[in-house]
Design a protein around this ligand. Structure first.
Ligand code: GYE
Length: 328
């Protein structure tokens, strides 16, 4: 595997160039020689995101890393602005979860020119220049989509709710252009190819929010009376869809099957109640691994180019078993 390093020599040069910003021999610039991390978060759009933010803040504190945190409210321009301000403040390392995949090269080149290493966390960028970041820590979203589709293929007989021989799926997509939206749709589409009776008849973004999921589901229900299955790219949109389905006088989980991704507490509760039928886990607790990678990167040690999070899936019975201990 290709490894990337920030050499000790370049760390020394960074300190020589901006001596006042360097508080200790290891190149860190915070109070008492703490590493300073600038973190540009996507927003607060979902239960997953809240758990992810809490994890990052708690892990930074535990690791003795000074965290500068910003919330971009799901807007790329806000994230770019935050990254620019971290460059100006000469932080030791920048970490961010890119709201969409494209459009990052210019700002990442600015970070590179300032010798500030960048770590991608949760979501990937689509850039040909992989020298613009040190590593990418996060889930395999294509695999998550595949797991959702495989469950549907295995449960096809039960999922033809109206018994017409065709399994009519509607998809609630995540934020347009975001890695998890693109990849989950791709993984799901490839897995359902195994059964020609399954097809996606409508697909629209609900922006990963509960309200977005509800509104899109309302319009799907108005347009089509033969929906068998909802595949929502996250729990929150699935929970919004449940509200729309109930408001239409139908029973979620029975009249319309629901598959989601994330496995946050509210989603797991709905699964254990039978309102959701299957959840693919996406782990938001990335804080500890991120802080470890940050320390290594700042110290000029080698890190793997890609760190993939381990995840599982949950049926109704499995959700009921683990619900009481679910932390988020
Ligand atoms: O699935 C969704 C959140 O990027 C993996 O973003 C993350 C996704 C997560 O809004 O709930």
């Amino acid at each position: 595997m290709v490894k990337k390093t920030v050499t000790a020599a370049s760390a020394v040069l960074m300190c020589a160039a901006a001596f006042s910003a360097c508080g200790s021999d290891d190149g860190s610039s915070g109070k008492d020689g703490e590493i300073v991390m600038g973190f540009a978060q996507v927003g607060a759009e979902s239960g997953w995101r809240t758990a992810n933010t809490d994890s990052i803040k708690a892990s930074a504190e535990a690791a003795g890393i000074e965290l500068k945190f910003s919330d971009a409210q799901q807007k790329q321009e806000n994230q770019i602005q935050a990254i620019r301000s971290y460059i100006q403040q000469k932080v030791d390392v920048i970490a961010f979860s890119p709201v969409v995949e494209t459009g990052w090269d210019a700002v990442l080149q600015e970070a590179k020119a300032a010798n500030i290493p960048v770590i991608l966390t949760d979501r990937a960028v689509d850039s040909e220049d992989t020298s613009l970041y040190e590593t990418f820590l996060g889930s395999d979203f294509v695999l998550e989509g595949e797991k959702a589709g495989e469950w549907l293929v295995e449960n096809a007989a039960d999922s033809d709710v109206d018994g017409d021989g065709d399994i009519n799926v509607v998809q609630l997509e995540g934020t347009t252009g975001a890695a998890p939206a693109i990849d989950r749709a791709e993984g799901f589409a490839s897995a359902i190819e195994a059964d020609s009776s399954i097809s996606v008849s409508a697909s629209q973004t609900g922006d990963f929010t509960r309200d977005g999921g509800k509104q899109v589901m309302e319009s799907f229900l108005n347009a089509d009376k033969s929906i068998d299955v909802v595949f929502a790219h996250n729990d929150d949109m699935g929970l919004g869809a449940i509200e729309a389905i109930e408001a239409a006088g139908l029973e979620p989980g029975k009249d319309i099957k629901i598959i989601t991704v994330d496995a946050v507490k509210d989603g797991m509760t709905a699964l254990s109640e039978g309102k959701i039928n299957f959840i693919v886990e996406c782990n938001p607790l990335l804080g500890d691994q991120l802080m470890e990678l940050a320390k290594k990167v700042v110290a000029g040690e080698e890190v793997p180019e890609r760190v993939v999070t381990e995840e599982t899936t949950f049926t109704q019975e499995q959700a009921t078993e683990v619900l009481a201990d679910r932390k988020y």
